[in-house]
Design a protein around this ligand. Structure first.
Ligand code: IVH
Length: 427
């Protein structure tokens, strides 16, 4: 295929995945696959500057705003973060950060790989590391201490105004007080639903004979996009604040995110607690901390899919600057994915002692998070019908914690002709 056609094809594929993820709150592609295609597109675009397009997924974040909500321009764009997948990639990034700042970063390594010849004085910048919460990004705007706007990220430049819904979230301060409250304060964070609240809700829903919700992130996204805020109010949503947008600090402006965060906490904003964040000296410490987070992942109250590593000092962030989609001063350190794409080769139905029918999908073997998955739960008849899962279907399979893998989505557009709905045995 010619490079030109491949570029157009990749843009379309990535746009579709973005739309599914950000607008429909659905997953049609594993994160690693998305990143791989995005990297391929970026490389091709670099070789073919004549194909430049400001609307390319390499230059934009997320999906278009959803119809039905007023839109809101973000005073400062809400960027994405580039992903890294292992300690080496974080180390390379930190090396670039240090070289970009002209300081001898990573000199603690014997091999001297990151040492900058001739750099004197400055020491490598501390890295603030906290969990990458798998929720929905929100911007909160405070004018003279009053929450006036809550908006989604949208395409990064313009989001949806979901203020009425945001006002129903208990842990979000509606007013902030103190003689150091700036006239304008924009706080950014991830809205999520606690895992135990989500599980309890699904149990209740199932007991009522209704369909389960797929995962906390989708449920959160759906809750924020309710037309009736009374519906949102019934959903136990929370927030974890991780950053700021435009702020009119006075003379005592904080010099770093950790200093800004201390103020946010004093004003009542929930931020990463001492058990999940750390200010670290170098990237081996980051790798160790992230490995610890990964181990504790299932014990945390929210879903996380990695950690975010950030240069803490604001002046250094400014010097490093950003590219069109993402800042140079931050990296997402992603855990190995726990979902993958494969094909249902058969559906087996076992009959329990009490006569309950349990459907299990027999899968084309697929490696997910270091193990080969060959079977996945389809839960029960209701779930098979909700998913409309059929033999031959291409599906997304998720493996979380110690739970058996489960089919979370059917990619209906890839369904082969002649795939028939499951026939249930007579009971
Ligand atoms: S810092 C460039 N910290 O992940 C913006 N983001 O994939 C710096 N996210 O847009 C953001 N947890 O919505 C940051 N602890 C955390 C985060 C976090 C989740 C989201 C955020 C961001 C997205 C990028």
């Amino acid at each position: 295929m010619r490079a030109r056609d491949r570029i157009l094809e990749l843009r379309e594929l990535l746009r579709r995945a973005n739309r599914a993820y950000y607008v429909d709150a659905e997953l049609i592609m594993a994160d690693t696959e998305f990143d791989g295609l995005l990297a391929e597109l970026a490389a091709l675009e670099a070789e073919h500057p004549e194909m430049d397009d400001p609307d390319s997924p390499t230059r934009r974040v997320g999906g278009e705003p959803v119809e039905g909500f007023e839109t809101r321009a973000h005073a400062a764009p809400m960027l994405s973060i580039d992903n890294t997948y292992d300690a080496d990639e974080v180390r390379e990034w930190y090396g670039r950060v240090c070289r970009g700042l002209g300081i001898g970063g990573g000199t603690k390594h014997e091999d001297g790989g990151l040492f900058v010849e001739g750099a004197v004085g400055a020491s490598p910048p501390p890295l603030y590391t906290d969990p990458k919460v798998d929720g929905v990004a929100i911007e909160l705007v405070y004018e003279n201490g009053r929450l006036t706007v809550g908006s989604t990220r949208g395409d990064g430049v313009t989001g949806e105004d979901v203020t009425a819904n945001v006002l129903t979230i208990a842990s979000i301060p509606k007013f902030i007080e103190g003689n150091d409250v700036p006239a304008l304060l924009e706080v950014r964070g991830e809205v999520y639903m606690a895992k135990d609240a989500f599980d309890a809700l699904n149990r209740k829903i199932e007991a009522e004979g209704k369909e389960r919700y797929a995962n906390p992130r989708n449920f959160t996204a759906g809750s924020l996009k309710q037309k009736d805020p009374r519906v949102t109010a019934e959903r136990p949503l929370s927030i974890l604040c991780y950053g700021i947008g435009e702020v009119t600090w006075g003379d005592d402006a904080p010099a770093s995110w950790s200093e800004a965060k201390a103020r946010l906490e004093r004003w009542g904003f929930p931020c990463a607690g001492p058990d999940v964040f750390a200010l670290l000296d170098d990237e081996p410490a980051v790798a160790e901390f992230v490995a610890g987070l990964q181990e504790r992942r299932d014990d945390l109250v929210f879903e996380i899919d990695g950690a975010v590593v950030k240069v803490d000092q604001f002046d250094l962030q400014r010097r490093l600057g950003e590219r069109s989609r993402s800042p140079r001063w931050a990296r997402a350190y992603k855990f190995p994915p726990r979902e993958g794409r494969t094909v249902i080769e058969d559906i087996e139905i076992s009959v329990g002692r009490m006569g309950a029918l349990t459907p299990v999908a027999v899968l084309r073997p697929v490696g997910i998070g270091g193990v080969t998955v060959t079977h996945a739960s389809l839960h029960n008849r209701l779930e098979v019908e909700r998913l409309d899962a059929r033999v031959g279907d291409t599906v997304m399979v998720a493996r979380r914690g110690d739970v058996i893998p489960k089919v979370v989505k059917v990619l209906k557009e890839l369904r082969p002709e002649g795939a028939e709905p499951l026939v249930w045995p007579e009971t």
